[in-house]
Design a protein. Structure first.
Lengths: 399, 214
């Protein structure tokens, strides 16, 4: 830097104001990038996908109350109920659970032991869109009736760790399940027929036994009593499962949400809300510090107006005389950025062990650093444009 | 730059006043490179205003001022910077030195921009003007006459087609006046430049080609 220029122009620079700005901006920026980093670090706790874009599903039923049961309050969802849910802003789509309207007995052969299990059974069907098992052969053809089923993964755990362990039966892996011979005896409408079946997959989302809708339609016509029933359960795809509006809606309409999906979703939702609030506070602090620096620079330029004008008269260009101030802003903001990143990394080193204990993999720090850099770049650009304009305005010196 | 012209120029504050006989305001004035002009003025007749219009830092006039036929109102900021570095060397009446810089630093501030003189030449100029022992004294601690000489040295530190000197010797004695006249004549002759001097009484002792009343 031109040392004589700097010697002239550094006059009236208030170190106190610069440090004040530096500290304020450091606090604001550190809050922003630390919270962004923390959010990214703990996000895996709440799901593999980003909660902002995560699809989530709630399975809902009507609350069963003893009074309601005695009064004959319907436990089905009417078309009007479904339409109302579909009209809610948090709802993406609604799927109906179709229940089987006939009795089912399932027989499971247990390998070569000759033993078999025999149990009363039930089926439900939902539209394919809602099923989280994607690679299954999910077809049914009446000409070659064989029933593919998807069961809750919990059922397999229940069998492996509860039943098989205590009864001396072999444990089954998911891969082996396909080879287990199943037979379903369907009875109703004056018929009783046995159909072969096999488990094609396990669902985390659906706590039931799912068959293809095609099959359900065919079987209900064939074995059912012909009465069309409204669904007892609905599966709803929602934007954000923790949304309080969903909660309110469920309570108002006496609906129940199955599983703890909503709880995890709620925690994730609150994490997002808290993150947003804290980031907003950080941004506000940064913004205020930006104005502090701006005022400080205006004051400085004001005090040095005569010097700047005299330099312009000597033939210095506005760019040349404003460069020392621009470099000063760049340096101060650069230091603030570096310090904020260091502060973020130090704080992260302090909380990481806690997350490591939960075996949460670390998230990359680059996004947070990029956000910090972007904010500083924005602030610096704002300052530099302001300096440039102020100095240019000194060009004409009206009497 | 060869010619500076003022066509019907008049400071806006003078508009509507009784017209005073002037050879500058509301006239066709042509200032040519290589000549020496003395503009004699009484206080308050717009002497410094004229300099500020020609030097481009005030625009509160009516009429037109041109450099080689081009209206100076159309010059861009970079073009003006170029004019101030190589076209017009201006010595303001109020000198405009930086009090916190030494005499030498004040001159260097200009010379670093123009690279016109060596440090040796600058020190030689200081010596000619009797300021050899004041080179490292902050300008604020110099007497007004000394400050005027420092500003003169600074004005000499650039290539120019016109030296525009606003009361250059108002605070100098006759001896120094003569030295200053020699310095400017030598520099202007070397560059083929014009010298335009304003004065309210104490004229710079030059041979003038034209004497104008403001």
């Amino acid at each position: 830097m031109h040392s004589l220029l700097w010697k002239l122009l550094r006059k009236n620079i208030s170190l106190v104001q610069l440090i004040g700005f530096g500290i304020a901006n450091l606090v604001g920026l550190t809050i922003v990038i630390l919270v962004v980093q923390f959010y990214r670090d703990v996000q895996p706790v709440f799901g593999d996908e980003e909660s902002f874009i995560r699809k989530d599903y709630l399975v809902i039923t009507r609350s069963v109350t003893s009074v309601g049961a005695m009064m004959g309050t319907p436990s089905e969802f009417s078309e009007a109920d479904i339409a109302d849910i579909e009209a809610q802003p948090w709802c993406r789509q609604v799927g109906r659970f179709t229940s089987s309207e006939f009795s089912i007995y399932a027989t499971v052969g247990l390998g070569n032991s000759g033993r078999s299990m025999y149990s009363q059974f039930f089926f439900e069907a939902i539209p394919t869109d809602f099923i989280d098992v994607t690679d299954a052969e999910w077809e049914f053809s009446p000409s070659q009736p064989e029933v593919p089923v998807i069961v809750s993964r919990d059922y397999l755990s229940l069998y492996n760790f509860g039943f098989a362990a205590t009864q001396g039966l072999p444990r089954i892996s998911e891969g082996q399940v396909n080879s287990i011979p199943l037979s379903f005896t369907l009875t109703g409408n004056g018929r009783s027929e046995a159909l072969p079946g096999h488990i094609v997959g396990f669902s985390n989302r659906l706590n039931t036994v799912i068959v293809p809708e095609q099959f359900m339609q065919w079987a209900n016509e064939r074995y059912g009593n012909g009465g069309h029933r409204q669904p007892l359960r609905l599966i709803v795809e929602v934007n954000s499962p923790g949304d309080v509006k969903i909660d309110q809606y469920m309570v108002e309409h006496h609906y129940e949400v199955a599983g703890d999906k909503a709880q995890a979703g709620k925690a994730s939702y609150f994490l997002t809300v808290v993150t947003t609030i804290v980031v907003a506070v950080g941004v506000v602090i940064s913004l205020l510090s930006f104005f502090v620096l701006m005022l400080s620079i205006y004051l400085l330029l004001q005090k040095n107006t005569q010097r700047l004008r005299d330099l312009l008269l000597l033939g210095y260009s506005p760019a040349q005389v404003s460069r020392p101030y621009k470099l000063m802003v760049l340096a101060v903001n650069g230091v603030v950025l570096v310090l904020a990143v260091v502060a973020m990394l130090v704080a992260r080193a302090a909380y990481r062990p806690m997350l490591e204990a939960l075996q949460i993999p670390p998230a990359s720090v680059w996004i947070a650093i990029a956000i910090g850099t972007a904010i500083i770049a924005l602030i610096t650009t704002g300052n530099i444009i302001a300096i440039h304009r102020k100095v240019k305005a000194l060009w004409i010196q009206e009497s | 730059m060869q010619i500076i012209e003022l066509r019907d120029a008049l400071p806006r504050v003078f508009a509507g006043r009784e017209p005073v006989p002037s050879q500058v305001w509301q006239c066709q004035l042509r200032l040519e490179r290589g000549k020496h002009y003395l503009i004699v003025a009484e206080s308050g007749t717009g002497k410094s205003s004229m300099c500020s219009y020609i030097y481009g830092y005030r625009r509160d006039y009516s009429g037109t001022i041109t450099f080689d036929g081009a209206d100076i109102g159309t010059l861009t900021v970079p073009q003006w910077c170029e004019v101030r570095r190589t076209g017009i060397a201006y010595l303001p009446q109020e000198m405009r030195l930086f009090g916190e810089l030494t005499a030498l630093e004040n001159v260097q501030l200009k010379n670093r921009l123009t690279n016109h003189k060596s440090e040796e030449e600058i020190l030689g100029l200081f010596a000619r003007l009797g300021l050899a022992d004041k080179v490292h004294t902050p300008a604020a601690r110099l007497s007004i006459g000394q400050q005027q000489r420092v500003a003169i040295v600074r004005t000499l530190c650039q290539q120019a087609d016109f030296f525009l000197l606003d009361e250059p010797v108002s605070h100098l004695d006759e001896t120094n006046n003569a030295i200053v006249a020699q310095l400017f004549t030598a520099e202007a002759d070397r560059q083929g430049a014009a010298i335009i001097v304003t004065s309210v009484g104490n004229h710079l002792l030059l041979d003038y080609d034209e004497e104008l009343r403001l």
